[in-house]
Design a protein around this ligand. Structure first.
Ligand SMILES: NC(=O)c1ccc[n+]([C@@H]2O[C@H](COP(=O)([O-])OP(=O)(O)OC[C@H]3O[C@@H](n4cnc5c(N)ncnc54)[C@H](OP(=O)(O)O)[C@@H]3O)[C@@H](O)[C@H]2O)c1
Length: 255
């Protein structure tokens, strides 16, 4: 029984890349709102560490190994998930960035970035939607895009193209799956200090970028708590196909 539209009781949330960075914060806030959380990624030690911290806070948390670029691994992960409970909310958060300029980018780097951020998002969302449909449960899918989905920066071509694809894929999924009661939305974060962004943020280019953020600072992962809670819960029950930007205003200006 839900107390407020933001109540996550009775929900089982699967979060890819849930052991670190933004995914860990998404798990923390959704678990605090009452959800059971299942964290998936390749490094099981990181997942177990986060699961232990969440359990210490009273959460019902689980770790399942999954490589989002591999359909067999995704299928096996969702089978393990079902043994805990059918997923009702997915946070499609696993991601990988690169730094090569287009002319110098090895083909393997392109493949690995696009396969993780875009193909992986499709493989995982497809498995989640099928599980929701099989169990006749409405659901919510949140794809994690980026401010780079709508603007570009040198050295981020493959990542920016993949994240732009994630925003459009979000719309396509929203259109096809509305009939099953599945809503699909995206969050486009600006810059947050995580393992993925750290080296760039400490570089001269990263320091320059800081000055271009209208709010003049990086985001704190907890500043996405409102967006993730809204999109995961019935508070957003008439929203589908939307992208919510949480970037301190970075994407607003061209200069
Ligand atoms: N930090 C930012 O400023 C920022 C800005 C915009 C968007 N984002 C997006 O936010 C999401 C989270 O990134 P983050 O900043 O929190 O960085 P992060 O801490 O490096 O998180 C990335 C996560 O993705 C997982 N992952 C990578 N490849 C995977 C694969 N093949 N299969 C399963 N999991 C995989 C990693 O775990 P394993 O390596 O253990 O698999 C890791 O937990 C990403 O989608 C990223 O693009 C971040």
């Amino acid at each position: 029984m839900k107390d407020t539209p933001f109540d996550m009781a009775d929900e089982t949330v699967l979060i890819t890349g849930g052991g670190t960075g933004l995914g860990k914060q998404f798990a923390t806030v959704l678990a605090a709102a009452g959800a059971q959380v299942i964290l998936c990624a390749r490094r099981v030690d990181k997942l177990e560490e986060t699961v232990a911290q969440l359990r210490d806070q009273g959460a019902d948390a689980h770790a399942i190994p999954m490589d989002v670029t591999c359909s067999e691994s995704v299928t096996a992960g969702f089978k393990q998930c079902l043994a805990i409970a059918p997923v009702t909310v997915l946070v499609n958060n696993a991601g990988l960035a690169g730094e090569s300029m287009l002319l110098a980018m090895p083909e393997e780097e392109w493949d690995s970035i696009v396969n993780t951020n875009l193909k992986g998002a499709w493989l995982v969302a497809r498995a989640a939607a099928q599980q929701m449909i099989d169990h006749e449960h409405s659901g919510s899918i949140i794809n994690i895009a980026s401010v780079l989905a709508s603007s570009v920066q040198k050295g981020t071509a493959a990542y920016a193209a993949a994240k732009s694809g994630v925003v459009h894929l979000t719309r396509a999924m929203a259109l096809e799956w509305a009939r099953y009661g599945i809503r699909v939305n995206a969050i486009a974060p600006g810059y947050y200090r995580t393992d993925m962004a750290e080296a760039y943020l400490d570089s001269p280019a990263g320091q320059q970028l800081l000055k271009r953020i209208p709010q003049r600072r990086l985001g704190d992962p907890a500043e996405m708590d409102g967006a993730i809670l809204m999109l995961a819960s019935t508070a957003s029950r008439y929203m589908t196909g939307s992208t919510v930007t949480v970037d301190g205003g970075l994407g607003l200006s061209i200069v």
